[in-house]
Structure formats: C-alpha cells, structure tokens
Design a protein around this ligand. Sequence first.
Ligand code: AGP
Length: 610
Amino acid sequence: MCGIVGAIAERNVVPILVEGLRRLEYRGYDSAGLAVVNGADGLKRVRTPGKVAALDALLEDEPVQGGLGIAHTRWATHGVPNEANAHPHICRDQVAVVHNGIIENYAEIRAEQERLGYEFASDTDTEVIATRIHFHLEQGAGLVEAVRKTTGELEGAYAIGVVDTREPDRIVGARMGPPLLVGLGVGEHFLTSDVAALIPVTQRFLVLEDGDIAELERDRVTVYDRSGEVVEREESLSELSADAVERGQYRHYMQKEIFEQPEAIANTLEGRIHGSRVLEAAFGPDAKAIFNRVQSVQIVACGTSFHAGLVARNWFEGLAGIPCNVEVASEFRYRHPVPRADALVVAISQSGETADTLAAVRGAREIGFGPVLSIVNAPESSLVRESDLVLMTRAGPEIGVASTKAFTTQLTALLLLVVALGRRRALSSESEHRIVEQLRSLPGVCERVLALDEHVHSLAGRFADKHHALFLGRGVQYPVAMEGALKLKEISYIHAEAYPAGELKHGPLALVDADMPVVAVAPNDALLEKLKSNLEEVRARGGELYVFADQNAGVRPSPSVHVLEVPPMGEHITPIVYTIPLQLLAYYAAVLKGTDIDQPRNLAKSVTVE
Ligand code: AGP
C-alpha cells in the first residue's frame, strides 16, 4: 500500500514525481503529496487529501520546483485521510519523510520524542520517523547515519524516502519489508516502491534488500547493507513499457484488463506446453528434483489469489490425486499449522508483495514446510526473490484494484502445475493430453465469451438498484462464485455473498425474495443436475435467477430466470472461462452505479501492510 517516488536530477523533478504518483495511484489514493528541496527556498511541501489529480490542481495554482524531491500517495493506516496525515511528514522544516508500512512501536517513540520537546502535527506513525531522524542529525550524525540510527529503533515494516535541507544533494531510502527500488539514470537517480512509477524515465533498477539503506546523489548511488557495509546490488532491466500502463481506448483499466485476458492467458502458456505435454523446465532448473519429493501441496494466498487456490485444490485432489490444503495467508501465518516437510508451499500473488502472503511463506519455511513455489505476476517482487521455484503469470501490469486477468492467468498457471505434479501421481498421459488441448483452446474460448459483453451489460442493469446478491456454484465453480461475489462487492458496493449451491437450504434460502438477485454458474459438468435442483429451490421461493449456463445445459429462461448462454468448452477450463462473465457483470453494475471502478473506496491494489 502507498506509493513512494523520489528523484534527484539536474532538472526540475516535480513533473517526474507527479507522473510517478499517477502511475502508483493504484497502490493507495487517500491522499497525495510531495516535498522538494530548492536551494535558498528550502523545503517546499504540497499535499492534499484525495487523488493525484487534486495534487496536480494544487501545483497548477502554486507551482513548486526543485532538483530533489520525494512524493507519496497514501492508503491510510494510522490516522484518517486528511491533509495533516498526508505525506511527506516534515520535522522542523528540515527533514521530510515518505513512508510505506507500519511502525509498531510508534506510540513509545512518539512519547519519547514529546518528552524531548518535539511537537506532532499528525496522527500517523510516520511522523515519529521524521522527528527521530531530526534528533539524530542534531546529535551530529550525517543523514545516512541518522537514518541508520532511526531505522535501528523502529519495529515493524517500512520503506522510506528521506530528504534533509542541510544535505541538499542527496536522498536517502531504507527498506525493511515493503519494496523499495532505486532507478538508475544518467546524472539523475530515482527511488520508488514500484518500477511502474519510473518507466517514463528509466528501466534500470536496483532492488533494495531488507535492511538496506540507499544514498542517492546525482552522480552516484551507494547502497549499504544492514551491517553498514557498502554492497553492490545487481542491476535489473524492467520489461515494462510505458504504454503497458496506459488505459488506451477503454473507459477503465478494469475493462481493459478483462478484455486483455485472451492475450494474457496465451502469454502464460507460451513456451510452457509443447505438443501435448506441459514442460517441466517452465518451473525452473530445480523443478524436477523438488517435484519428485512432493507428497502434498499447501497453498497460501489472499483475496482473489486465495480463490484461485481454492479452484486449484479441486484440480490437485480431483485430477492429480495430490492432497492439497488451501488457507488464507493471514490465518495460516498465526495458526500454528503442523508442518509437512514433503509439502510444496504454493504462494499465489499478483503483486508478490502482499504482506500476509510473504509472512505465511516465511513462517512456513521456519516451521519446516517444504520448498516454496510462487505463482506471481510482478517479476521484481519480493515473493519472486524468496521462492525456490517461480512460475510467472505474465499477465502484464494490472492497474485496476479489482483483480481480473491476474486471476485467470493464475488459474492457467496452476493448471500447468497440477499437470506437472500430477503426472507423478494419478494423472494419466491421456488426461494430460486432454488438459493441454483444452489449455490451448483457452484464449479462443475466452474471446467467444467476451463477445457476450453486451448481453451481460443488459443483465447488469437489473442489479444497479439492488443492495444484496447471492452467488452460487458447486464443486470447482464454488470458488468461481466467490470470486464473482468479491468482484461485485468491491467495485459496485453491492453486498454479495457466495455459497456452495447445496448449502442454500441450510440457511441462506431465507434471504431469497424478488429483491435478492441470485447468480449461478452452470457449466455442463457432473454437478449440473444437482445445481439445477438448487436453482428450482430459489425459483420456488420467488427468487430472481441469473444463470450463466452452458448452451447445452438445458436451463430454460423464464420471466424470473435470465440465462446467459455460454459456448461449450472442455470441462477443465470452465472455472477460468466462467469467471469472465462474472467480471463483466460486476463491471457493468459498477458503471451503472457510477462508482470509482479502478480505485474503489477504502481499498488499495497492493496490500503491503498486515
Ligand atoms: C481482488 O480484486 C483484490 N485485488 C484482492 O483481493 C487481491 O487479490 C488480494 O489483496 C491479494 O493480492 P495479491 O494477489 O497481490 O497478493
């Protein structure tokens, strides 16, 4: 959460900072601000509640400039999203700090600082960092040393950027937990929490490691490790292009990302299947040795990625005969699970920076689970670096807060993994051939389902005045229903819950009336007839049904049963494909409600705090 940009250059860095924030806004958008150091003018700060556009408008009215600055877009943790709590936080007009993360011992530090005479202007945990750095500077430390002493006193997670008017030729960054990268230019250098922010100015990056402190000057970058030694961090080249994060002809990023799914899935599959087989080499050189030892799978993930894990459990157990446990990472990390050394830990994450997922992976290692395989979309992420094996989803940047192409590419990647592990167990080569064939057909089938866009749009019109909705699925479609409900609630703010259809009569049926739309996912599978009986239970109680059904499923439309006919497809890919009309339904319901689709209230794209 939150986005950090910093820049030191010969030119005015304000446009770089603002453009960087605009590109990072998906990480948090409660408030935005920047501070620049400009020679005799000292420190200039501009900040505002709301989005980067509001900051831009302020800067039009009161332009500032400087060759050195830091900027921030915030997702509030401590303190409401108002101007006083917006970053950068400043101490005595000398030190400015932007911060991503949570300082757990901030109350103690704040009490100590108040005792020393420091005054606080915000409710944030960040302000203690600024005052503490100031304190150490006053004791005679230079900026790098003051940051080192301060970070040594902090408990919790942080990525910070710091400037000091008395050292107007450097920016100092430090990382423990949330990501922080240094962007390399020629005669100019940058700091950021996400490469996407800096793509217009550089594609060359150093990824800082936990405990690192980076000192950025115009002509050099020095990185110190946690023991204070100068270290070389390997330079990497980002593959992101500037227009990969543009919205193009689409009205929203979410819409663009929904329609990018055929291409994204094709990219996920590229070079990973050959003939009728999944290529094990796709998982890395160590895959064979690791896969040979695996007896079970433990999946950890959050939100949409957790739903992908739930779908995969059906595949691991049903297709491959491999015991599979799936758990929300924030629960797993504190639950004291019994470790199994022969279990492959599979972490699923779009961002690769989700704090709970990272902690679950680290915890699993500590207590003795087996190796970690991650399914990740962001190549420069922490999860990639901390895993034994990685399968990149290659969906391209996902900017909309609601995850769409990340989910369907995660499922595609998971099905590849199911095959790679399953062929050592219950999966026959005929089944492998069938699955690979169906995977090959996926981009085309997704295109055909996207062509149903207008029909889904018209159905969505019936949701715009509703306050609640139920989503039903059975078997592997139950997590698909969960994902559909999550999409609807997060972007349209319509309360939505998913149930396995067989559970209806155990309680939720009491909610069904004409004002409670019930959405069901009905491919032509072994559970179809059971599902149809459940749908009859809804119809008999006067419920309004929206059934996304296979053309051959025999679900008949009526005034209270709206059917979206989905073309037939191979049984193994149905969870991937049936997700798409649910995404479209949520999208159009939100369009009609006029919500902020790409940046829904209270949420952020990348949840790097606990
Ligand atoms: C879903 O639309 C959300 N974006 C959210 O549930 C997300 O999937 C979750 O926060 C996990 O993020 P990750 O995949 O980046 O780890």
